[in-house]
Design a protein around this ligand. Structure first.
Ligand code: UD1
Length: 369
């Protein structure tokens, strides 16, 4: 390694973070002038929520695991801060890179900025303007103190400028999740999940639900399961169940009708294969709103708002209330209408990691592996 190598330290903790880290890790693996240290906070720890993604996406094993596990927001955020600080002091990175909007993102940002270490935020500037979402608090606070803000879309740039962020701190680089989609899509198509699950391409619905607003209140969760049951009477429904949701269903004593197929969290290639072949995705995930827009698969997002409005204006996304009738109507409408070819979204092209690295580690040498 050259004498003047630069150290980037990436902090990840939860499943969507891993999909955003992967493209940067692939690029940096080909650079001998950059040391890339990966810290896993342990916010997500089940093998199916974590290890599967590192192996499946060929992300290097984390250099350090903080093993914070689950807890209240305060307990989880504080645990990451306490355990990350000594790591930062030991590694002394030139830059800490954080991803998305989970508790680990904010915790690592606070630690690094207070130690005087510059922070780069990948996926900056997204705003739902809904402060009841824990992620919105994480987004606003992270962007307030991070030094380099990598925005996925022009609306994110506008949000940051409107908050008074200096233009020099903002870089419009595109959506790094799409880098992972582009890289894995051929493998996903070869995997042919629809055939493995015995469903016809274009004919089935893929469901994910895990937001506190949808799953923590038993009445809302009961209503959503009733909606899915009604959908399941018309189409095959494959429901990939987040551990939080499974726990809430158990605690509320909710029984799931046999016609809904409940799946454990899936490895990325398998999930992407199912989503790419779906007639519709019904979700409250942020990433799926983006992936479906890229793939041209209709998406119904069970939320009153989204921090990703470009998936509505330029993609395939629609918001729907967490009630049986609007969901059933939305599903029927999606299957009744002709599907458009996917429309490309500016800079959602699989090259976002390259653009980020050209900012963080400018180099004469060719980038990539
Ligand atoms: C977190 C993120 C959310 C993101 C989601 C993706 C925050 C505030 N929320 O939500 O933005 O969309 O990850 O999945 O950071 N659990 C397990 N095993 C695990 C992880 C969690 O069983 O590996 C269960 C535990 O009961 C835990 C609960 O899920 O209490 C919630 O986990 P947590 O990380 O607090 O939030 P998520 O709902 O996963």
């Amino acid at each position: 390694m050259p004498e003047r190598s630069r150290t980037l330290l990436s902090v990840v903790g939860a499943r969507p973070n891993f999909l955003k880290l992967a493209p940067l890790a692939w690029q940096l693996a080909g650079r001998d002038d950059v040391r890339h240290v990966i810290v896993h906070t342990g916010q997500h720890y089940d093998p199916g929520m974590s290890d599967t993604f590192f192996t499946g996406l060929r992300i290097p094993t984390p250099d350090c695991s903080l093993e914070v596990g689950s807890g209240s927001h305060a307990a989880q955020t504080a645990a990451v801060m306490q355990r990350f600080e000594p790591v930062c002091l030991d590694v002394r990175p030139d830059m800490v890179v954080v991803y998305g909007d989970v508790n680990s993102t904010l915790a690592a940002t606070l630690v690094a900025t207070k130690l005087g270490i510059p922070v780069a935020h990948v996926e900056a500037g997204l705003r739902s303007r809904d402060r009841s979402m824990p992620e919105e608090i994480n987004r606003v606070l992270t962007d307030a103190v991070a030094d380099v803000l990598f925005a996925p879309s022009p609306d994110a740039v506008d949000n940051l400028l409107a908050e008074g962020v200096a233009a020099e701190r903002i870089r419009l680089v595109g959506n790094i999740m799409i880098d992972s989609v582009v890289r894995v899509l051929d493998d996903a198509k070869r995997f042919d999940a629809p055939a493995r699950y015995g469903v016809a391409p274009g004919d089935y619905v893929v469901v994910t639900l895990h937001r506190p607003a949808n799953v923590d209140d038993p009445d809302t969760l009961r209503e959503l399961l009733a909606a899915l049951t009604a959908v399941g009477a018309e189409r095959p429904v494959l429901f990939s169940v987040h551990p939080r949701t499974r726990e809430r269903m158990r605690a509320a004593g909710l029984r799931v009708p046999a016609r809904l197929r409940l799946l454990d969290p899936l490895p990325y290639v398998e999930m992407l294969s199912l989503v790419a072949g779906a007639g519709l995705v019904l979700t409250d995930s942020g990433g799926l709103q983006e992936e479906t827009s890229y793939l041209g698969v209709p998406c119904l997002t069970v939320r009153p708002n989204t921090e990703r409005p470009i998936t509505i204006t330029a993609g395939t996304n629609r918001l729907v209330a967490a009630r049986r009738e609007p969901i059933l109507e939305g599903v029927r409408a999606a299957f009744a209408s002709l599907r458009d070819a996917p429309r490309p979204i500016e800079l959602w092209d699989g090259r976002t990691a390259e653009r980020i690295i050209s900012v963080l580690c400018p180099s004469e040498q060719p980038v990539g592996v």
